[in-house]
Ligand binder design. Structure first.
Ligand code: HEM
Length: 377
């Protein structure tokens, strides 16, 4: 389904309402980010360091934001009293973590699962079944909710979730809704969590950048709105620079429907092409000091930046064209809100040497995220 005219139609059905739903959910996303900062306070040890499982806490923040946007529901992933593993949200979380691990195992080395049911393949099927089961309950509930609202002739435009918008579209089948949700939950959450982890890391390793960021965001304490986020130029530059250095999806792929000619080479229809976008964004000819974290490179000169005129394709963390990431605006907004809330409250340190990305499908950081979150009083 992910290619061809059917996918294009489905993609359009998601793209347009997504913008509207994100605006409607803005305050809730702010509240979820505030909850995340509270959670940090609860799980830090006496040295103000968060535990080995901190990656899962970031994951839970992503999941809560995505549930707010897609289901218009708060499922309580960040509740201070913890999450029961037998509850539906607990099962969804475990299912997603299990499926992620299984996908990594399936993708590593020789793809034996294409010929026989390997343990990793079985784990993937089992975990996708769990995710499917929980999401299906939400689909059924949304359908009955829509029927009720239609019967009562209440306004369907108000406070409607992305899931409900999709279910209302006659051309979209319920199975297709499930496919989109699965993609969003599985790939979207991993990509976002990876990005947040590396932004924390780069800012922890570059205290000078952290000071600059704090100087910017301290002007926006109190209630944040969307215009405030657009004004946070340095913060947005930190996100761009992290995505240049450690993109969660470092390679793009395309299956050619037609013959094409690139640089005098004829590439025939049916070829599968891989683009090493990450390698491109690390090239010195496009980015001076390419290995260094320098958010300034994305800023215009008046903000103390270099204001380089980059090639459009030099860094492409969200891909490009009709198959580019459809949640770019959502992701940039939710990460910006999270950073504003976290850095208003804490300074971050990381004392465990260099961290890298595993650079595999559903990449993850290679070390535990044992950051020190030092409370600003
Ligand atoms: C920092 C976070 C994220 C990054 C860097 C990212 C990046 C990408 C990239 C590189 C692609 C492939 C683009 C291409 O081939 O040209 C993609 C596709 C996609 N992304 Fe994201 N993504 C992120 C988060 C999300 C989230 C949170 C969602 C869901 C709400 C999402 C939904 C999708 C979907 C549905 C596609 C498939 C689009 C298609 O095939 O037409 N992404 N993303």
């Amino acid at each position: 389904l992910r290619y061809g005219p059917d996918w294009e139609k489905l993609r359009k059905s998601v793209e347009q309402p997504l913008q509207k739903v994100v605006s409607q959910q803005f305050d809730k996303i702010v509240a979820i980010s505030e909850e995340f900062t509270e959670r940090i306070l609860t799980i830090r040890n006496k040295q103000e360091e968060v535990p080995n499982y901190f990656k899962n806490e970031i994951y839970k923040w992503c999941l809560e934001c995505l549930c707010s946007v897609t289901l218009n529901k708060k499922l309580g992933f960040l509740d201070l009293c913890g999450l029961s593993s037998t509850s539906d949200p607990g099962r969804l979380l475990d299912g997603l973590i299990g499926a992620t691990k299984a996908i990594r195992k399936c993708e590593y080395g020789f793809h034996l699962w294409k010929f026989m049911e390997t343990p990793a393949w079985k784990a993937l099927v089992r975990n996708c079944g769990i995710i499917d089961g929980v999401l299906d309950k939400h689909i059924q509930r949304a359908m009955s909710n829509l029927r009720e609202r239609k019967d009562k002739r209440s306004n369907l435009d108000n406070n409607i979730s992305l899931l409900e918008v999709l279910l209302l579209k006659e051309e979209v089948a319920a199975e297709d809704v499930m496919t989109v949700l699965l993609d969003m939950f599985l790939i979207g959450i991993n990509a976002t969590a990876h990005t947040v982890a590396f932004i924390f890391y780069h800012l922890a390793r570059n205290p000078r950048c952290q000071i600059k960021l704090y100087e910017e965001i301290r002007q926006f304490e109190g209630n944040l709105n969307k215009e405030d986020v657009n004004k946070m130029k340095y913060l947005n530059a930190c996100i761009k620079e992290t995505l240049r250095l450690d993109p969660p999806i470092p390679i793009l792929s395309r299956h050619l429907n037609n013959d094409i000619v690139i640089n005098h080479y004829l590439i025939p229809k049916g070829t599968h092409i891989l683009f090493a976008t990450h390698l491109n964004s690390m090239r010195e000819e496009y980015f001076e000091d390419a290995l260094k974290f320098k958010p300034e490179r994305w800023l215009a000169n008046e903000l103390g930046g270099f204001g380089n005129d980059f090639q459009v394709f030099a860094s492409m963390p969200f891909g490009h064209g009709p198959k580019a990431c459809l949640a770019k605006e959502l992701v940039e907004l939710e990460i910006a809100l999270l950073l504003a809330k976290v850095f208003q409250k804490f300074k971050i340190e990381y004392n465990y040497g260099d961290m890298q990305s595993s650079n595999e499908l559903l990449a993850s950081p290679t070390k535990p995220l044992k950051f020190r979150f030092i409370h600003r009083i």
